[in-house]
Design a protein around this ligand. Sequence first.
Ligand code: MLT
Length: 258
Amino acid sequence: MSALLAHDDAGRGTPLLLVHGFPHDRALWAPQRRPLARRARLIIPDLRGFGASAALGPPPTTLEGHADDLARLLDAVGVDRAVVGGLSMGGYIAFAFWRRHRARVRALLLADTRAGADSEEGKAKRREMIQLARTAGPGAVADAMMPGMIGKTTRANRPETEREMRAICARAPADGIVAALEAMIARADSAPTLATIDVPTLIVVGTEDALTPPKESEAMHARIAGSRLERIPRAGHASNFERPAAFNHIVSEFLTAV
Ligand code: MLT
């Protein structure tokens, strides 16, 4: 049992749990806070190992550990069922949460993520990144991640957005980075999970997402019955951060529908 995750709890309405990706913290969701808090009760944690939750002690080395942290957070804030949303690694955690705590899931929001496990090549790259984190530190990891983290249009037109995203990634603690990479290496293939999902599901992807490209979202959409797929043009992997107005509009409509 661990202490409660640091989190924001803002707004009223349907509870919406927003889970950040790698190597982020809850600042990933800053562009959603005010607009979506008009329609939902937003619960936005720092995963253990990241942001203010880094102070809670050793981070989990499995995505299931993160999922269980999130269930405890919902208990602590008195939320029985929430719309569970995650971007990228947050989506991998949302799948683990679904498998372990599905009675707590009112609907799913899967943003710029994929169902499949890592290939052997992908695992080898993550092991290299573990070495990079240990030897060169979080700034070097942020530099290695940035080419895939945002899309080419953002890179060309909105350098301040690129800078803000790099700053978020660069402040991730090395221990959190290493543990999250180990958890992603070890993660289960969530493809068989897709057919078990029977709650409303919104899948969102930036058309310029190079890390979890639109074809991954299309594959999830094909296998999650009744799911909705929305593509955000001129956005990359951090679609919520790059084109917040478009993202928030899509999510607001979904919240109204659920
Ligand atoms: C993320 O944004 O969470 C990561 O890019 C996920 C990954 O590396 O698979």
